[in-house]
Structures are given as structure tokens and as C-alpha cells.
Design a protein around this ligand. Structure first.
Ligand code: ADP
Ligand code: MG
Length: 966
């Protein structure tokens, strides 16, 4: 009984957050019925419509109730609250579970779009998981008499292609292996499946799992937005079927909170050196590939679906293409600055809705199940003894071509066979056990009592709680302060009672002292220990107040709470957020987050808030691992990047302190590198092999990497008048500083490249006069002068008009004054209006590229110095050469467009003037000649001809006619 159906897709748009409200962001999403519309922020005409099974409006029309629940603000409100979404989506999952179908629900969207809100929920706004579990147990208690039930709960996280058991975090650092079972599909071997008997137990388990995620994120330096969380619920109903046989009906429910979908495609990675980009988010990009392939398949095309490419797609294989009823929630932001991400999410959802799955009811008599398991194991045993490796293994990548059978493949196969048999045996044992027996075993390992105890103590005792960039992980770790000294340090043991494992946290880092009077003060252990209170660094003893923000080392963010003090002073209840604490730190280092400004400014601010702590962290890791690298934030104007228009971008400069080379990375590239740096740091912490070969080291950039030395902007306007331009222009680098000069020419010519001279006089009065004529010109780059003497393989590159490939000069090395002697002809036959417009208004951007050479002097200078020594004098996060603009430190100087156009105008005026002069001269000549021959009248037609003559020679010829008439 297989039921084929399409994957259901729901879109949900969240409300504006505080910052978006503050800057009066524009909403680009609207909904009506099943349709979701997305409008381009700069073009109201450009609206794209998407149709899904459900479109949920959670943007406005809500009101916060006393308990914190967001409900409709009026009966007519369109606001989709948690109950509404649950009823549609979760309700379906619930009835499927009772019917014995497997179900999967996954949430997709960029970080901060509301995935966790929908799947897990916040406080009173419970998400689908808790509401589903609540309903499930309600149903169970109503049917207790007729049936026996078994519910198991599991929670895992996939981070960096490693599967972590969130209910058993210490089990294995290497993570759980993902195995394939012929009947069940893929599963995580050894995953703890906690037996739960009521809703409270599930809630406790979920809390435990989330606390473990938080610990991993805080102390194991993981980037939580790049983790996928899968909550699994295994629901078994046991009863006697019509034939009186003992029967089991089983449903596996997976609720998936995916990693943030941003940056999957736009990683800015070049080359495959570090497998940057795609590989970092392998699971998510594989999911995209699978969904793409499955959508193709639904159109009847025969394509391979690469399920085996990643851990996530293996574990979701059933959900996507097999025995499951599946729902996807696409979470989107309404804000203008998220337009691109929102569009990509909606397109992803559009593909997903085409996918078809085939669910079957999993119901069988227990005896049959037992017999099958036994038979399966007999079969596996025989196969093992026979040594004949099965097809799946010889073709591990599933491309239909057999791989070579090596010893390694054989070993893996044997391991897999053993794992399968073990899994079957466990299942048989489990089936034979009575429910009471299982319960007794489960009670032994139930619930970590410290979590519940701390939740109670935090009401009355001074404590600190964590802040995480992911709001769902904030406030999950609580340290209750003991009377007297509480030491914070990076090692577990006697020296410290509070352990924080992060770069630049010292063995003994800071002391929190709870006095007899109930007051708490804080003190760094020595000057190497970075401690910030409310964004400012402190050295000595500092008394803390309720709600003070604390930073330890580079990344540990905490909030201090003193409940007795707060009660006494009747302080209002105030929730400190991660954003608040970060903005405070930014403000103290001179960057004020203004609430005004346009969308571009808002994006710049958000990027800064993301990159500032990241650069701090990268520098701390560099210091700890002694990588001799320093990172600095740059704000680069688009003109400097060679784009005529666009937004100022946050980029990161990587300075190699050892050899003086510098590389500028995009924000995406830097964040990807940081992800790898953290992984390296974690290995170092775990005392694993952490050093990597140079080409895989995230702190290294190959000296062969081309860098952008500088840019020249050439005004094309002269070409629009068929006038040549010969210029020596400044070359500016990413900081807006001059790094040299370039000698460039743009010369009109004929189709063979013969350059027009003054005498050819092809000058036109207006660019529109070019339309319909043949237009040819040469771009000549003669040389550069005065470049810094540290580049090899220098060349220039540029793109004219609609040209697809960049033109480039030859490469020159070992000089500050490279001669390129480059010349290239461009021909347009005939010129279009668009071309004339391009020439009249456009600029040609010429980029100077090159490779850095290592300065020997720099190498010698650092002899014996560590990264720490070198960073001591300069820990500034912003590039020192930065200047201030709009209250921001700007490195990108905008090339003054005014200056260039004045030069061109002058050139054109000179031309016009020369031509007028020539005409006046010709008329004078004509008058003089007429007087010479004593002529009183000159015909108007002759006058006209002389005025229209293009050259003095032509005019002379005409004038000579006069003498011909008596
Ligand atoms: P994600 O898991 O996609 O990174 P979250 O679910 O954590 O995003 O949501 C980000 C923020 O937006 C949270 O602070 C959350 O409170 C808020 N939020 C998301 N969806 C909603 C909603 N439907 N209603 C109100 N607030 C929401
Ligand atoms: Mg989330």
C-alpha cells in the first residue's frame, strides 16, 4: 500500500526584528492565498509570484500576550501564529504517525529567517516539535487501554560532516558512523534513542540536547548556523490485528532544522585549493543537488540522485525520495536587504514542491518481523563467509560503474555487514523485551539533574548566562556563583570552577568574587587576560551590576545576573540580546550603528557586526597557534573594486607578518576560512594532529595567488566624439591610495587599425551622430610607472562594452615600471544607440594584477618573534590607514568622477574651438580673395559650402573658385 504524493511546501515570513524596525526597513514580501510575492527593492515593477501549498503571513497583525505568546491582534488578523502553523503542518504529521507512515518536516532558509522558531519555538511560542509531542502523548493516554505504545526520542547534529549525538555528547569525538540498512535506509549507528513516557520527559530531553548544542557552540568553537539538527521520534503501536496476531505499527518522524542556507553558492571561492565554499557546507549543497535531481526526475528525466554525497542527504534519503510523507517549511525574511537570499529560498522551495515520495504503512505482525530479522542475519552471515562483496559496496558512489575492490573496500564492507547484523540483533532483543523491562533500563540514564537544579537556583542566586549569536542557544548555559572566589579558566580541574575553552582564554583568566554583602566583582588574573565589562576592557577589580555584559577572551559572551539585587532595586525585567552586546562593543571601538541610512548602509552595518567579532576571533586563534597572521577589516568602495556602481563592501585583509605579503578576502571567503581555523583550533585543543600542509592551512595563501594591485578608471567620453584620449592616470589601490601611474590611450581608427589624425577630422558634434556608422578604436596600455617594488607577473586586464572575456596585457616581472606595449582594436559595425550611450557615459576600468614577492628584509626582522609579540603592539580590528566617512572608517576612496569629466570637456571644447576658428579663418580668406578680385557680391551657396567644409584644404579649393568668376 504505497501512496505517491508530492512533497508539501509551506512558506512563512517572519516579522521585522528590532534593527529592521529601527531603520524603517522596506518589506519586499506579500502574500495572498497560496501565493507569495517578492518585489525587487529598487524596482516595484519587478514582482515574482510563487505558489505553494501554504503561505504563512507572520509579518504583522500579532500581539504579545501576558505569557509571551504571539497571537492574532484581532479576529480578522492575517497573522499566522504557532498554533495555526502547527495545526496545518504538524497535524498532518501526527495523523500520519498514527496511521503508520514515516514523516519528515524540514525547515530551510537563511540564518535568522525563523527556522528554529517554526521547528523548535521560543518560550511560550512553542514550535512544531513540542506541540507535536504534546498531542502525541495526549492521543496515547486516550488509547492506553487498547494498545501498547513505545516512544523514543533522539536528537543529532551534523556539523562539518560529523554526526554528533546530542543526547550523548561525549560518546565519540569522531562522531557516529552513518550506515545503510536494506530495509530502514540510512541510520546513525549507536544513536541514543531515549525511551520517553510523557511530554515532560520529551521536553527535558530536548532541553538537554539544546544545552549540549550550546556547549559545543560555545566551548568547542562551532558555528551553530552551519549545523543541521535532526530530532527523531520513533513511535510504535502494539496491538492484536484482526487475525489475532501480535502486531507492531511503526512510524519514524524526523523534524529537521537545517543549517542557514546563505553563502552556499556565493562563497567567492576561487580554485579548489581548500575546497572552499561548497565542501564547507557539503551537506547543504548536496541537499540542493539531490532536490534538483529529484525535481528533474519528477519531470520524467533519468538522472542520478547523489544521496550518498553527504551525511545529511543519506539520513534524509527516505524523506526525499522514499518511504515518507514530507513537508518543507521555507522560512523567509521580509527585509529589503535579504532580497537575494529570499529569492533563492523561494526558488529552492519551487523545485522541492515537484518532488514525489512514496509512503507505505509500516505495519507487520511481530512474529513476521522477528522472522525476517533472523533470516536477514542468516543471509548476511552467509555472505560474509562467502566473501562476495555486494553491489552497493563495489559501486560506492552509485554511478553504475564498479570501483576496484581493494583491501580497504573489503574491510569497510565487513565492518558494514557486522554493523547491520548488530543492528538487527539489537532490534530483535528489543522486540523480545517487555515494556516494563525497557522502562526500568531507561530510568537509569534519565535526565541530567544539574540542568533542572540550575534552572531553580538561577531564580535566587547570582550567576552568569551565555549569549550566543544563535538566539535559540542564548541563556542555555548557567554558572551559579559560589560564595568567595570563582575562577574562570580554560582547563577543567582544581584551578578553575568555570571552564571556558576558547582562543585567548588563559589557564586562569578571571575571577568572579561573590562577597558576604552579596556584591559581585570581577578581576582579570593578569594583563594578558582580555576581559570586557559592558564593552570596555578592564584591568583591576570592577564591581558588577545586574545585567552587565561580560566578554572573556575573544568570543565568550556572558550576562551577569544578581536576582537579590534586582529584586531589591525593583529593576525592570530586561532581556539582553547578543546583538545588543555586540553593538555595544562595536560602539566602544568607534563604530556606531546608526538607525538612519538606506538599505546599503544597513547591510554594511550588519556585515560589520558579523565580521568584527569574527576578526577578533581569527586573530586570537592566529595568536594561540602562532600563525604569524593578522586580520583587519577594510571597507572598500565599489569603484576601487573596479565596479562603476554598487555598494561599499566589508572585506578582510590578511597580513602575513612573516613575509609582509597581504591578501584581501571577501567577507564570505574570510568567514569560510574562519570556519576552518576554528576546526584547526579545536583539534589543537583536543590534542589531535592539528597542523596542516601549507596548501590546506586556512591561515596561508599561496604566493602564486594573484592580487589586485590597483585600478585605473578611464573616461570613455572622447570616443563618443571620435576624439582620441592620451592620458597618464593614477592607479589607486583598495585603500584609495595612489600606487603608481598608467599611460593609456584610446584612439579612434579605421577598421584596419589605421589611427585617425587631426587631419582626418572624424570629430562628431554629438554621440548620437555615431549611430549607424562604423566605429573602431584602439585601447593602448603603454606602461605603468612607480608601482611598489614587490610584484611579479604584473598585467592589466579590462573589459570593453559587452565583451564577455576580459582582455589582458602580457605579464611583466621584476620592475616598478612595467612596459606592456599593449594595443587592441575594437570594431562596431555599425554602432548602435546603446554603444553610443555607453561611450558617452561609461568608464573603462583597468585592473592591475600581480603576484607578491617575499621581502627578504621582512623575513629577517621577525626572527624569534611570536604572533603574540607582534600583535601586542597592534590589535586594532580596523586597518590603520582607514579614514572616516559618514561616521565610518572608510578605506575605499572614491575616484573623483568630476575631475575626469572636466578634463574630457576641455578636450572637446578645444576641438570645437579649433573647428570654429578654422571656419572663421576660411570666411576671412574668402572675403579677402573677393576684395582682391574686386568682387562686391558672393553667392550664399558659396558661403554655405565654405562654412560646411571640414578641412582648411577643402575651404581653400572652394575659395579658389571665386577667382574663376570674372
Ligand atoms: P533561524 O533558526 O532561521 O536562524 P530563528 O528561528 O532563530 O532563525 O529566528 C530568528 C529571530 O527571529 C529570533 O529572534 C526569533 O525570535 C525571530 N522570529 C522568527 N520567526 C518569528 C515569528 N514567526 N514571529 C516572531 N518572531 C520570529
Ligand atoms: Mg536556528
Amino acid at each position: 500500500m504505497a501512496e505517491e504524493e508530492n512533497l508539501k511546501v509551506a512558506v512563512r515570513v517572519r516579522p521585522f526584528n528590532k534593527r529592521e524596525l529601527g531603520r524603517k526597513a522596506k518589506n519586499v514580501v506579500s502574500m495572498s492565498g497560496q501565493v507569495t510575492n517578492l518585489t525587487h527593492p529598487d524596482d516595484p515593477e519587478d514582482t515574482k509570484a510563487f505558489t505553494y501549498d501554504f503561505s504563512y503571513w507572520s509579518f504583522d497583525g500579532s500581539k504579545e500576550q501576558a505569557d509571551g505568546y504571539f497571537a492574532k491582534d484581532s479576529p480578522g488578523s492575517r497573522y499566522a501564529d504557532q498554533e495555526t502553523v502547527y495545526k496545518d503542518l504538524g497535524g498532518g504529521v501526527l495523523s500520519n504517525a498514527w496511521a503508520g507512515y514515516n514523516s519528515t518536516l524540514f525547515a530551510y532558509g537563511q540564518t535568522g529567517s525563523g527556522k528554529s522558531w517554526s521547528v523548535i519555538g521560543y518560550g511560550a511560542n512553542k514550535g512544531i516539535v513540542p506541540l507535536f509531542c504534546n498531542d502525541l502523548f495526549r492521543g496515547i493516554s486516550e488509547n492506553k487501554e487498547q494498545k501498547e505504545f513505545e516512544v523514543r526520542f533522539s536528537m543529532l547534529e551534523i556539523y562539518n560532516e560529523v554526526v554528533h549525538d546530542l543526547l550523548n555528547p561525549n560518546k565519540s569525538k569522531k562522531g557516529l558512523p552513518v550506515r545503510q540498512h536494506p530495509k530502514k535506509g540510512f541510520y546513525a549507528e549507536g544513536l541514543k534513542m531515549a525511551l520517553v513516557t510523557n511530554y515532560q520527559e520529551i521536553e527535558q530531553k530536548m532541553n538537554e540536547g539544546t544545552v549540549n548544542r550550546t556547549i559545543a557552540s560555545t566551548n568547542m568553537n562551532a558555528t551553530s548556523s552551519r549545523a543541521h539538527t535532526i530530532v527523531g521520534i520513533n513511535f510504535i503501536q502494539k496491538f492484536k490485528n484482526a487475525a489475532g496476531q501480535e502486531t507492531a505499527k511503526q512510524a519514524v518522524i524526523n523534524l529537521v532544522d537545517l543549517a542557514g542556507s546563505e553563502r552556499v553558492e556565493s562563497t567567492g571561492a576561487t580554485g579548489s585549493r581548500l575546497k572552499e565554499g561548497a565542501a564547507i557546507n557539503l551537506s547543504l549543497s548536496s541537499l540542493g543537488n539531490c532536490i534538483h535531481a529529484l525535481a528533474e526526475r519528477s519531470q520524467g528525466r533519468q538522472v542520478r540522485v547523489p544521496f550518498r554525497d553527504s551525511k545529511l542527504t543519506r539520513l534524509l534519503m527516505n524523506a526525499l525520495g522514499g518511504n515518507s510523507k514530507t513537508i518543507m517549511i521555507a522560512a523567509i525574511s521580509p527585509a529589503d536587504i535579504n532580497y537575494e537570499e529570499t529569492l533563492s529560498t523561494l526558488r529552492f522551495a519551487d523545485r522541492a514542491k515537484q518532488i514525489k515520495t512514496k509512503a507505505t504503512v509500516n505495519e507487520d505482525p511481530t512474529d513476521k518481523l522477528l522472522r525476517e530479522l533472523r533470516e536477514e542475519n542468516d543471509r548476511l552471515k552467509k555472505m560474509m563467509q562467502g566473501g562476495k562483496i555486494d553491489k552497493d559496496f563495489i559501486d560506492a558512489d552509485g554511478d553504475g560503474v564498479d570501483d576496484r575492490v581493494t583491501e580497504d573496500v573489503k574491510k569497510k564492507w565487513e565492518e558494514e555487514m557486522k554493523a547491520r547484523m548488530l543492528e538487527n540483533e539489537l532490534e530483535m532483543a528489543n522486540m523480545k523485551k517487555s515494556y516494563e523491562e525497557k522502562l526500568r533500563m531507561a530510568k537509569k540514564d534519565f535526565v541530567d539533574p544539574t540542568i533542572a537544579k540550575k534552572e531553580q537556583e538561577k531564580q535566587t542566586k547570582p550567576h552568569i548566562y551565555n549569549l550566543n549569536v544563535d538566539p535559540i542557544l542564548s541563556g542555555r548555559i548557567i554558572h551559579i556563583l559560589n560564595p568567595g572566589v570563582n575562577t574562570i579558566g580554560n582547563r577543567k580541574g582544581e584551578e578553575s570552577n568555570i571552564t571556558m575553552i576558547s582562543p585567548s582564554i588563559q589557564e586562569q583568566h578571571a575571577e568572579l568574587i561573590l562577597g558576604k554583602d552579596g556584591k559581585v566583582s570581577i578581576k582579570p588574573v593578569n594583563t594578558d587576560c582580555r576581559v570586557l565589562v559592558n564593552g570596555s576592557p578592564i584591568q583591576g577589580d570592577t564591581t558588577l551590576c545586574h545585567n552587565d555584559r561580560l566578554v572573556f577572551g575573544a568570543t565568550q559572551l556572558w550576562v551577569f545576573q544578581n536576582p537579590p539585587e534586582s529584586k531589591k532595586a525593583k529593576l525592570p525585567n530586561q532581556t539582553i540580546t547578543y546583538e545588543y552586546a555586540q553593538e555595544e562593543i562595536a560602539a566602544k571601538s568607534g563604530v556606531n550603528m546608526t538607525s538612519g541610512g538606506d538599505a546599503d548602509m544597513a547591510k554594511l552595518q550588519e556585515d560589520l557586526l558579523e565580521v568584527m567579532p569574527a576578526v577578533e576571533e581569527a586573530n586570537s586563534i592566529s595568536e594561540e597557534l602562532d600563525k604569524l597572521v593578522k586580520f583587519e577589516i577594510l571597507m572598500v568602495a565599489p569603484q576601487v573594486l573596479g565596479k562603476p556602481t554598487g555598494k561599499t563592501e566589508v572585506q578582510v585583509k590578511m597580513k602575513n607578518l612573516a613575509n609582509g605579503t597581504e591578501f584581501v578576502w571577501t567577507k564570505e571567503k574570510f568567514l569560510n576560512r574562519l570556519y576552518m581555523m576554528k576546526e584547526m583550533y579545536q583539534k589543537y585543543e583536543d590534542e589531535d594532529e592539528w597542523q596542516k600542509p601549507e596548501e590546506e592551512d586556512p591561515f596561508q595563501e599561496s604566493l602564486d595567488t594573484e592580487v589586485h594591485i590597483g585600478t585605473v578608471q578611464v573616461n570613455l567620453q572622447p570616443l563618443a566624439y571620435n576624439v582620441e584620449l592620451k592620458e597618464q592616470l593614477e592607479i589607486t589601490n583598495y585603500k584609495g591610495a595612489d600606487v603608481g601611474m598608467m599611460n593609456v590611450e584610446l584612439i579612434p581608427c579605421d577598421s584596419k587599425g589605421h589611427e585617425y589624425t587631426e587631419a582626418d577630422d572624424k570629430f562628431v558634434d554629438a554621440p548620437s551622430d555615431l549611430v549607424g556608422k562604423d566605429v573602431n578604436f584602439k585601447v593602448k596600455i603603454h606602461n605603468c610607472r612607480g608601482l611598489p617594488n614587490k610584484y611579479a607577473d604584473m598585467y592589466c586586464t579590462y573589459k570593453v562594452y559587452l565583451e564577455e572575456k576580459e582582455a589582458r596585457t602580457k605579464a611583466v616581472s621584476e620592475t616598478s615600471n612595467p612596459n606592456f606595449n599593449h594595443s587592441k582594436i575594437y570594431s562596431f559595425s555599425p554602432a548602435t544607440e546603446q554603444l553610443a550611450d555607453y561611450l558617452a557615459k561609461g568608464t573603462l576600468t583597468i585592473k592591475v594584477m600581480g603576484k607578491q614577492r617575499v621581502r627578504k628584509s621582512a623575513m629577517q626582522r621577525i626572527n624569534g618573534l611570536t604572533t603574540k609579540d607582534m600583535l601586542k603592539s597592534d590589535r586594532a580590528v580596523f586597518s590603520k590607514t582607514a579614514n572616516l566617512m559618514n561616521g565610518f572608517q572608510m578605506n575605499g576612496r572614491v575616484v573623483d568622477p568630476q575631475k575626469q569629466s572636466i578634463i574630457v570637456e576641455l578636450l572637446l571644447m578645444k576641438k570645437t574651438q579649433a573647428r570654429l576658428q578654422q571656419k572663421v579663418d576660411s570666411i576671412r580668406k574668402l572675403v579677402k580673395e573677393a576684395e582682391n578680385v574686386s568682387k562686391v557680391r558672393v553667392s550664399t551657396s558659396l558661403l554655405k559650402e565654405v562654412l560646411q567644409a571640414n578641412t582648411p584644404e577643402q575651404a581653400d579649393q572652394l575659395i579658389r573658385k571665386i577667382t574663376g568668376f570674372p
